[in-house]
Design a protein around this ligand. Structure first.
Ligand code: NAD
Length: 367
């Protein structure tokens, strides 16, 4: 029977993925029940879990489900068990396939420092208190996908490894537009990062971003910064940034660095957005920034907040529910104010809780 319900696909994956997505599912159920939402939840395998059952990191059936959903909530994939698999068969290929084939070109990673957790950061409290940065990373181009690539034999029995960093005007403008539009709803400031001092693709990046700003986003303040300088500035004075725009490779590194300014990987959500399809629906995948954390998997001690906040981003960017997203963010904040902490963010005088306790407390604050 046809249904107009909005489809949310849960792909927990490996390691702590099932734990953190499990807590997020409780939150989604809460919205269905208490706010009369129409979310239809489906759940399936990806990564190592899919390899174990089907011999491949994602099946066609799961891919089609992903294609047909309004939002995908992904946990994490990978783990030591799969480390020796051939590259094309690794768990991560499932996620890469979704990113590439759903054309999820824009990765949004907020780095917000909750006032309750200022002391968890490795930087001085005055540097991070009130921090609110948004990193916009290009996700489907650049060196992670460029051709030619591979490992080839050369003379003398040696080998060479090849990856190609390549960007077109269209790809650069598409991601820069996302950064400018988001900055317009924030502090109107974009810092675009590249290495135009040593890379031609960096020169093109800088020129195209500037041209788009001059043509369509005159009110936005745009700065260009070398990516290595940005890495340093994030530690020296992170509050100078509003939106940081970057390519796939540099964005990968800068967003992990920004992540640590806030104290724990377990707190950082992300969204990956595509272009609108013909029905006006934006393809999207939401996931915590962290990986599968095999060292703590199965112990009910992982922090589910990054995944729960990823669902909050889904409410805002895919489901048109900005108010509800705010409500969920407040419930998370209140839970931290109440002093509840999973071990990764534990500090003196606070109450240590498990993954499921943290999920329950967030739901109780939603209530
Ligand atoms: P990781 O993010 O899994 O873990 C890094 C450290 O942070 C670990 O000590 C871990 O215990 C801790 N940590 C991470 N998330 C946490 C949480 N929610 N709560 C508490 N502590 C948390 O990174 P890693 O160790 O480099 O990688 C482990 C595996 O995850 C590898 O197989 C890697 O390939 C995979 N990985 C997957 C993704 C993804 O699926 N998107 C991303 C990164 C790494």
């Amino acid at each position: 029977m046809a249904t107009n319900k909005r489809k949310i696909l849960l792909l927990p994956g490996d390691g702590i993925g099932p734990e953190v997505v499990g807590e997020t599912k409780k939150v989604i159920d809460w919205f269905n029940k208490k706010k009369s939402m129409d979310f239809k939840i489906d759940q399936d395998l990806i990564g190592g879990a899919s390899i174990d059952k089907h011999g491949k990191p994602i099946t066609d059936e799961v891919f089609y489900k992903a294609q047909d959903s309004d939002a995908i909530i992904f946990g994490a994939c990978g783990g030591p068990k799969y480390d020796n698999l051939e590259f094309s068969k690794k768990p991560e290929r499932g996620l890469m396939k979704l990113r590439k084939e759903l054309k999820l070109f824009a990765n949004l990673r907020p780095a917000i420092c909750f006032k309750e957790l200022v002391d968890s950061s490795s930087l001085k409290p005055e540097l991070v208190s009130g921090l609110d940065i948004l990193i916009v990373r290009e996700l489907t181009g650049g060196i992670y996908f460029g051709e030619p690539r591979g490992i080839k034999p050369i003379e003398n029995g040696e080998r060479k490894g090849i990856n190609t960093h390549v960007y077109t005007t269209k790809e650069i403008k598409r991601i820069a537009k996302v950064a400018f539009e988001l900055a317009a709803k924030r502090k109107n400031k974009v810092t675009s990062c590249e290495k135009s001092n040593v890379m031609e693709a960096g020169i093109l990046w800088k020129e195209e971003v500037q041209a788009l700003k001059d043509k369509e986003y005159k009110k936005i303040e745009l700065n260009h910064m070398f990516a290595d300088n940005c890495a340093m500035q994030l530690l020296r004075n992170p509050k100078q940034f509003d939106v940081i725009l970057s390519d796939n490779l540099f964005g990968d590194i800068l967003s992990d660095e920004a992540a640590m300014l806030t104290g724990s990987l377990g707190l950082l959500p992300s969204a990956s957005l595509g272009e609108k399809d013909k029905n006006g629906r934006t393809r999207s995948l939401y996931e915590p920034v962290h990986g599968s954390a095999p060292d703590i998997a199965g112990k009910n001690i992982s922090n589910p907040i990054a995944t729960i906040l990823s669902f909050s981003m889904a409410l805002k960017y895919s489901l048109g529910l900005e108010k509800e997203s705010g409500l969920l963010n407040k419930a998370v904040e209140k839970t931290l104010e109440d002093g509840l902490r999973t071990p990764d963010i534990m500090s003196k005088g606070k109450k240590k809780v498990s993954t499921s306790d943290m999920g329950d407390a967030i739901i109780s604050n939603l209530n």
